[in-house]
Design a protein around this ligand. Structure first.
Ligand SMILES: Nc1nc2c(ncn2[C@@H]2O[C@H](COP(=O)(O)OP(=O)(O)OP(=O)(O)O)[C@@H](O)[C@H]2O)c(=O)[nH]1
Length: 750
């Protein structure tokens, strides 16, 4: 009987461990945690529980609902088919690793294994590809039969009309013309136009553009079903890989990043590790900075990324590739858990990466290791000696105490993760850093993840391409080859690639250039919008209905911790059978770029209370299409999200910021109150508008503007670049350096 761990099953069905554990509990299956093993019978039970419920509201009069019900059933069937296929593959794949995982005395550290999920995904993709290939071959074969070969001349086969199942859904693109729909359904376009006219839908012509919903309605009028064509993602196609044979893979070094709150000692720790683990002869080249380095330990090599940890999880994941295997979370023993500690935890969790906690600065008198352990429990990082599964290592980056143990723990974790790669294939990797060097041209630090990169290889990296002219390792030495988990600087590219871009070795320079040209042709902006659909509250209901949202991830930022907690609790309570509301990160202060990156990486929306986004965060949010909502009152946010979940969000009025001013001097005038001598930074400040006073990213007041003075005159508005005196209605506590944001409410039809 095949045995699987609970987390493997959760990954396979794209569920939380908790959800699977709950299903097991509801079915009276006793398991300890997500690392427990379960057998075929329990897996079947889970599959049954996960099948979509068929309780869609019956409305026999509505054809539309019938149609969507049919679609649901089909989806469920497809899912079951896929799952069966996956189960079979998992069985085959896991036979080897299972024995190792069951090894009695080895500690199991992994909560969820992205490697496994990747395997599932890849196998699936590969199968799809394989099937497509088979299909293509069959079609090709058929074609040949008809048109060529001796048989074609002697006895032409009667052309068989393809058998059309009238009940089978017809695939159509998301937008098409009426003519295209008519052709797809094999219905005369005129019949469609006539029917639409009679039904009162108005006069359309053959060139009228129809969205999918409209096309579906029309099809239903003719008792036909349509289905949206699967959109081929050009970039995904380009980056597609062949499945690899497990037997070709060998153990590779782990790739580790160091994260933590500012000043908790990340840099000191990395420096100490680097300086104390350099083999003789290499010391001279140690100063080389290429964004990553390799250290030798008694248990083998470890690759450290010295780019900020969260970047490794966010921007570097734009192509879905993961650069890091393990995160070391540095927490200063004298300071404890701080906002960026929590941020780091949430980033690592969102990326599904194993966390090892390094409690640093234990040499200090004020160090309190137990307090750090206690504080981290709240974030589900429970030490092993307290019954949890997180490794904690007390260290001192100053004295070096505990660092060898920390490295041992990294190696142990890596061993459990079974990190492997095939060194004997064309290399593939990810860009860690890249810049234009005056003398050397475009230079990129690439982490080789699979295969071996050679000098002379033709590479494609996003819109850049070239032939590797030279490779330099982290010790500043020129090298000829670089295997899995090796960071190297490469020269010879046509342009500077983006960090996070995937590097692929191609058969020839010509092929590499052609891949790069395709990237350019689709444009980065377009690629991003093609490859991801960011969640928005406006569209939440549709996405829930389409089954594409099962979890509503929210990031909460507020002016005080109390609000963060209050909002978290109220939001989580909104969870229902269809969607689980999850606050993946909460914190005090302005909304930062890092919050937006986390939201983009985990498809979350951001809610701010009495805080504003930093300018960089605002730009990132619009580039990444992250839904960012700002509120003054908690109740309004809860109400909005609840309404969005029910599809009843009705933002009749949308706030429009008209301009910003900076307070440069304060005057007091009897009878008037505080006059804020201000300079308009952008837009306009209008008298009839509302305004909020922002101090260090926090909204300290919101209200109406009472008056605007230009010199002695009261004016209606002041434009950017001009000075003015602003008075707020019943608010006098304005200070120099405050920002005034003026806004109006605009009605927007939905
Ligand atoms: N006593 C003691 N001080 C330490 C230790 N590790 C770091 N420090 C000190 O803590 C301060 C911050 O250390 P950094 O390594 O710069 O911290 P960081 O987390 O990299 O900080 P940022 O790069 O600003 O985020 C420095 O003054 C270090 O000397 C330690 O183990 N013991």
């Amino acid at each position: 009987m095949a045995k699987f761990r609970v987390y493997e099953i959760a990954k396979k069905y794209n569920k939380d461990n908790k959800e699977i554990l709950e299903i097991l509990k509801a079915n009276h299956v006793e398991v300890k945690n997500h690392m427990s093993t379960i057998g075929d019978e329990q897996i079947k039970m889970i599959e049954n529980a996960l099948k979509p419920k068929k309780e869609a509201k019956q409305d026999h009069n509505s054809k539309k609902q019938e149609n969507s019900k049919r679609k649901d059933n089909k989806k469920a069937q497809n899912m079951e088919k896929k799952n069966n296929k996956k189960t079979q593959e998992v069985k085959n794949n896991k036979n080897n690793s299972r024995n190792k995982n069951n090894d009695g005395d080895k500690k199991i550290l992994r909560k969820d294994n992205p490697q496994n999920s990747q395997k599932f995904g890849k196998n699936n993709k590969k199968n799809k590809k394989f099937n497509n290939k088979n299909q293509n071959q069959n079609q090709e074969h058929k074609k040949k039969k008809k048109t060529s070969g001796p048989g074609a001349f002697i006895k032409p086969e009667p052309v068989k009309k393809p058998e059309v199942d009238p009940n089978a859904p017809v695939k159509i693109p998301p937008v098409l013309t009426l003519k295209e729909l008519a052709d797809a359904l094999s219905i005369p376009a005129n019949d469609i136009i006539k029917k639409l006219l009679i039904s009162g839908a108005g006069m359309l012509n053959v060139n009228s553009e129809l969205d999918f919903e409209k096309a579906e309605e029309i099809a239903m009028e003719f008792d036909r079903l349509v289905e949206m064509e699967e959109q081929v993602d050009v970039i995904e196609e380009l980056l597609k890989e062949e499945e690899e044979d497990e037997t070709d893979m060998i153990v590779r070094p782990p790739v580790v990043c160091v994260m933590g709150h500012v000043d908790h000692g990340k840099t000191s720790l990395l420096d100490k590790i680097r300086s104390s683990h350099v083999t003789t002869g290499e010391a001279g080249g140690i100063t080389q900075h290429i964004g990553a380095y390799v250290v030798e330990t008694s248990n083998g090599k470890i690759t450290f990324l010295d780019t900020p940890g969260h970047e490794a999880f966010t921007s570097m994941r734009m192509r879905g590739a993961q650069s890091t295997d393990i995160a070391i979370l540095v927490v200063a023993a004298d300071d404890g858990v701080m906002p960026q500690t929590i941020e780091a935890i949430n980033h690592a969790k969102a990326a599904g990466i194993e966390i090892i906690v390094a409690i640093n600065k234990i040499d200090k008198e004020s160090a309190n290791i137990e307090r750090v352990k206690q504080e981290l429990i709240e974030y589900e990082l429970v030490p092993e000696d307290w019954g949890g599964s997180t490794i904690f290592c007390p260290v001192s980056a100053h004295t070096g105490e505990g660092i060898d143990e920390l490295l041992d723990m990294v190696s142990l974790t890596a061993e459990v993760l079974e990190l492997k790669a095939n060194p004997n294939r064309k290399a593939r990797g990810i860009v860690l850093e890249a810049q234009l060097d005056k003398g050397r041209g475009p230079v990129a630090t690439v982490l080789v993840q699979k295969g071996t990169l050679h000098v002379g290889d033709a590479v494609a990296i996003g819109s850049a391409h070239g032939k590797v002219r030279a490779m330099i390792n982290d010790k500043g030495k020129r090298i000829k080859t670089a295997g899995p988990s090796t960071p190297v600087e490469i020269l010879g590219l046509s342009e500077v690639p983006n960090a996070g871009e995937v590097m692929m070795v191609m058969d020839s320079e010509k092929e590499a250039r052609s891949v790069a040209e395709k990237f350019i042709a689709y444009g980065r902006e377009k690629m991003l919008s093609e490859t991801k659909q960011q969640l928005s509250l406006d569209d939440l209901f549709n996405q829930i209905q389409a089954g594409s949202v099962k979890e509503l991830n929210i990031i909460v930022k507020a002016d005080v911790q109390g609000s963060v907690e209050a909002v978290k609790q109220s939001l989580v309570k909104l969870s229902n059978d269809e969607v689980a509301v999850k606050v993946i990160h909460g914190g005090v202060g302005a909304i930062t770029e890092s919050d937006v990156n986390l939201a983009a990486a985990s498809n979350a929306i951001i809610i701010g209370f009495n805080v504003r986004p930093e300018p960089a965060a605002k730009d990132a949010a619009s580039a990444e299409k992250v839904d960012l909502r700002l509120y003054r009152v908690i109740y309004n946010a809860i109400e909005d999200i609840e309404a969005a979940m029910k599809g009843m969000l009705d933002p009749e009025f949308v706030e429009k910021v008209t301009g910003h001013a900076e307070v440069r001097q304060i005057f007091k005038a009897s009878g008037v109150g505080t006059i804020a001598g201000s300079y308009v930074l952008d837009g306009t400040i209008q008298r009839d508008s509302s305004a909020r006073i922002i101090r260090d990213g926090i909204v300290v007041h919101e209200g109406k503007l009472a008056s605007i003075q230009r010199g002695k005159d009261a004016v209606k508005e002041v434009r950017s670049g001009f000075e003015c005196g602003l008075v707020m209605e019943s608010y006098n506590d304005i200070k120099e350096g405050d920002q005034i944001e003026s806004f109006i409410m605009e009605e927007v039809p939905r």
